[in-house]
Write a protein that binds this ligand. Structure first.
Ligand SMILES: *Cc1c(COP(=O)(O)O)cnc(C)c1O
Length: 379
């Protein structure tokens, strides 16, 4: 891990703990067994780097990876052994089916059009091609309408051309365990999936992994919980933190009572105030909604954000720290043991998913390696 004193030219430092990631995978896998846990690594593994994340998860025993788009699958295809199954949640836009087939990537078929084009691609290549079928159980986002699912189930030409690896659906309210929508969706999914006897099923995301066993089906698709975020937004069901983010203090200065701070002077100092300016802002993925609401941490103390969040800087009230602290060049904690990502997200009025997937590109990134190389790797 980085040396606090070592000079770095970066405004901020992002540490990603691949060992914690692997332990979170193991914890979810144990929780949902005998179902298996797959990893959702879309959006560059929620901003943490899909290459290193997917490799560490493979070493932790994960064999199945979900991404949103074909290009995300292509980006990690060579990072993983050929046996790793890569599945594209959003399915394929017309015309890219041959590219997908050539790389051995598995599309989710969300519509009759996608199903027909994939079957056609298989016939043209004269072999069966694998796919996952998504059935809409009530979220109305992606997936086949009930009548279209039944139609495909009985379409022999389709069933001969396509090797269905999984039928899946997605829960709209899994982060709200007592929502009635969960019970309605599982009932709808069970009814729809019954048309595909013998095909394994997948319904749950991270939130679903924390619901009762019937929700786990055969395959759980875990995203945010792997990365240390809580599916419900409450820290209670969060697993180990994976991300730590620190920012550099670029200037410290005391201003008199009555002074305005930041764009539009939205904060007025009610006392002589020592202000530390840190060199990260909304261009680094820290939302403007943190202005006058969020905080950073230093030496166990909460440092409230004063005024607006700028593009490249944020102003903190450090008046309550001992004189001389922090100094220029010191690091303050933005995400870490004092401020979990869910707390930062709550202060910003958003969810951990949005904070992680917005993490900027100006940080000095460090990966703590996962030592258990090849444990659980299939032969
Ligand atoms: C993003 C996504 C997931 C992962 O959701 P988490 O809440 O991050 O676990 C699972 N399934 C589908 C279809 C998704 O789009």
């Amino acid at each position: 891990m980085p040396d606090n004193r070592a000079p770095t030219a970066h405004c901020g430092r992002l540490q990603i703990d691949l060992s914690a990631l692997a332990r979170n995978y193991a914890a979810i896998a144990a929780r949902v067994a005998p179902a298996t846990a797959a990893a959702v690594v879309k959006a560059d593994a929620y901003g943490l780097g899909s290459g290193p994340v997917a490799s560490a998860l493979w070493d932790a025993g994960c064999c199945r990876f979900f991404v949103a788009h074909l290009d995300e699958a292509l980006a990690i295809r060579d990072e993983l052994p050929p046996q790793a199954e890569l599945i594209v949640l959003n399915g394929l836009p017309p015309g890219v089916e041959p590219l997908c087939a050539r790389h051995g990537i598995v599309p989710v078929l969300n519509s009759l059009g996608q199903a027909e084009r994939w079957a056609e691609t298989a016939r043209a290549r004269d072999r069966r091609l694998p796919a996952v079928l998504q059935l809409d159980s009530g979220m109305s986002r992606l997936g086949l309408a009930p009548e279209d699912g039944v139609r495909l189930a009985h379409d022999d030409r389709f069933r001969q051309a396509v090797d269905l690896r999984l039928v899946m659906s997605h829960l709209a309210s899994s982060g709200t365990p007592d929502s009635e929508a969960n019970a309605m969706q599982i009932a709808a999914f069970d009814r729809l999936a019954a048309a595909f006897p013998g095909v394994p099923r997948s319904l749950a995301n991270s939130g679903g992994a924390f619901l009762a066993a019937p929700y786990h089906k055969d395959v759980v698709r875990a995203g945010i919980a792997l990365y240390g975020g809580s599916p419900s937004g409450g820290p209670a069901d969060a697993l180990e933190p994976v991300v730590r983010l620190d920012a550099r203090v670029v200037q410290v200065r005391t201003v008199p009572e009555g002074t305005g701070v930041g764009y539009d002077l939205t904060h007025r100092c009610t006392r002589p105030t020592r202000i530390a300016t840190i060199g990260v802002g909304y261009a680094d993925g820290l939302p403007r909604t943190l202005g006058n609401r969020g905080a950073a941490w230093f030496d166990g103390r909460r440092l409230p954000i004063l005024g607006r969040v700028s593009m490249d800087s944020i102003t903190l009230d450090v008046s309550d720290l001992p004189a001389g602290q922090p100094e220029e060049g010191d690091w303050v904690e933005i995400i870490g043991p004092h401020q979990p990502v869910d707390v930062l997200a709550r202060d910003a009025g958003t969810i951990s998913y949005e904070i992680l997937t917005s993490l900027g590109h100006r940080y000095d990134r460090h990966y703590r390696p996962f030592a258990g190389v090849n444990s659980g790797r299939p032969a």
